[in-house]
Write a protein that binds this ligand. Structure first.
Ligand code: SAH
Length: 507
């Protein structure tokens, strides 16, 4: 037998994911995430942050002790070492900052002992994020010259419990983590030490996430309020007079789509503008394309068309993906946009036109309504006796070529990309839909409507469907689903507006 060849161990990055909002991970953290082969993440980490890992990365959710599926800390450490020893790059992603009540030190010790290279990437800890997301001035020149980060769940065995150590005299803001279950103990200790019962308290749940909730009370009422409002973890407790300086509605809580959870379906490569637009308005967006995009079955017809591009009068795009695939291929065969010469360009809608702009191309024609019929109508007057090249996917409707040929055009169709339905639904999305945790599902074409219905079926009954336009709505109805809103205009911006307006008029 040959001796087993030893592989150099991979690096482990202990990364703070921040409090929850997907934008609150550091640039360094994001770099690590994108190069990871495997990501081990805690339940406190927003799964949306994990979506930034590379498509080939293995994503391992470590669960939560309450669901009974959590790995014990030593099992997590063992898994981390095992992956690194295989030479894989590991990201150990923790909520907030890895060093704040994250027991990062145990994992660091193990890595050091095992001789595995590691790096620690800090994150924004939940207790400090309340300053930005709830506008509580945790330090204040008159009222708070210090901040204490305290655990509300002291282990019984700890010899010097903080509960009796004079925190009531601390000259600033007290921020308790893990304090929901033991609120009676820590609040009583503060009261017994002489902290006034009317000291303001803010309970902040899921800080910086769409489901952020802030409940205000006082030190004397906090236990009662937790019981009444059925507050469950994760929450931080901000104790101090500065709480009264926060506005009733912070900039974050005032966003129009705050607390809305949206499932953006769509096809790969076209969901980003919708995801980003909804995210800006405060929604928490899960992105799960239902259609996967791939190379076309055969490049030869595409290459042939590209080699005689200037023979055409019009180049017609019916999707943004078509634009990307055609021009990427043009580059691969050694060409560039100059091949277009005098060819005019038509785009089915504004999203496609915007994608053309990335190649410094302006569409000569974008129809008034972003559907195939409208594009056909707009092109018909131009079409008679002309040669048109239609860049399309392997499936789709025949309205456009049929109408144009009827109008006397010569239409060449090339399949510039393939699209296939995603086969299996993400079980976590099915679970979230079934329990009514997802408020909206976006549906941006008929093909997507069919794929969404097939993947999620009955689970869609507890959510609302937002349709991009009449064709998509008609398909949804055929499938037995009534859209709650329909966008006008039939664009990403129109769809976002429709969701916002529906939210504002909600009962
Ligand atoms: N390392 C984490 C803390 C882990 S301890 C950090 O730096 O934030 C777990 C506790 O953190 C929870 O019980 C809760 O008190 C707090 N916590 C974490 N994320 C939170 C969030 N988004 N909103 C409110 N509290 C949060």
């Amino acid at each position: 037998m040959f001796a087993k060849q030893s592989t150099a161990p991979g690096t482990v990055y202990l990364v703070g994911a921040g409090p929850g909002h997907p934008g609150l991970i550091t640039v360094r953290g994001m770099q690590c995430l994108q190069r990871a082969d495997v990501v081990l993440y805690d339940y406190l980490v927003n799964p949306i942050v994990v979506e930034h890992a590379s498509a080939s990365a293995e994503l391992v959710g470590l669960g939560h002790h309450k669901t009974g599926r959590a790995l014990a800390p030593d099992q997590i450490t063992a898994r981390m070492l095992e992956e690194a020893r295989k030479g894989r790059t590991v990201v150990r992603l923790k909520g907030g900052d890895p060093s704040v009540f994250g027991r990062g030190y145990d994992e660091e010790d193990a890595l050091r002992e095992a001789g595995i290279p590691y790096e620690i990437v800090p994150g924004i800890t939940a207790g400090l994020a309340v300053a930005a997301y709830c506008e509580i001035p945790i330090t204040h020149h008159e009222e708070a010259s210090a901040v204490a980060i305290i655990t509300g769940r002291e282990r019984d065995a700890k010899s010097e419990s903080h509960l009796n150590c004079g925190l009531a005299d601390f000259p600033g803001t007290l921020i308790y983590y893990m304090g929901v279950r033991r609120a009676e103990e820590w609040s009583k200790a503060l009261l017994e030490q002489g902290k006034p019962p009317d000291t303001p308290v803010a309970i902040v749940r899921w800080c910086s996430r769409a489901q952020q909730q802030t409940v205000r009370c006082t030190l004397g009422t906090v236990v009662e309020v937790i019981a009444q409002q059925e507050v469950t973890p994760p929450a931080v407790f901000v104790v101090g007079t500065v709480v009264d300086r926060a506005p009733q509605l912070s900039w974050f809580a005032a966003r129009p789509l705050i607390s809305a959870r949206v499932l953006v379906t769509g096809s790969q490569g076209t969901a980003e503008p919708l995801r980003d637009g909804l995210g800006e308005l405060g929604a928490e967006v899960l992105t799960r394309p239902v259609i996967r995009i791939s190379d076309p079955p055969d490049w030869a017809p595409v290459d042939a068309a590209l080699n005689q591009l200037d023979q055409y009068d019009w180049l017609v795009f019916s999707s943004a993906n078509g634009v990307d695939y055609l021009f990427r291929r043009l580059g691969e065969i050694g060409g560039d946009v100059r091949r277009l010469g005098e060819v005019k360009i038509a785009a089915i809608g504004s999203g496609t036109a915007e994608r053309l702009a990335r190649y410094s191309l302006r569409a000569d024609l974008v129809p008034e309504h972003f559907v195939a019929e409208s594009l056909a109508r707009a092109l018909v007057t131009e079409a008679a006796g002309r040669r048109l090249l239609l860049a399309r996917t392997n499936r789709g409707r025949h309205v456009l070529p049929d109408e144009l040929e009827r109008a006397g055009a010569q239409v060449d169709q090339v399949i510039v990309y393939g699209s296939v339905d995603v086969k299996e639904p993400d079980p976590s999305v099915v679970a979230a839909l079934s329990t009514g945790e997802i408020d909206w599902v976006t549906v941006t074409s008929s093909a997507i409507a069919r794929a969404v219905a097939r993947l999620y079926g009955d689970a869609l009954s507890k959510t609302r469907l937002a349709s991009i336009g009449p064709m998509t709505s008609a398909t949804l109805r055929e499938l037995g689903y009534e859209p709650a809103v329909e966008a006008t205009p039939h664009t990403t911006a129109g769809l976002i507006d429709a969701i916002v307006n529906a939210g504002l008029t909600r009962g």
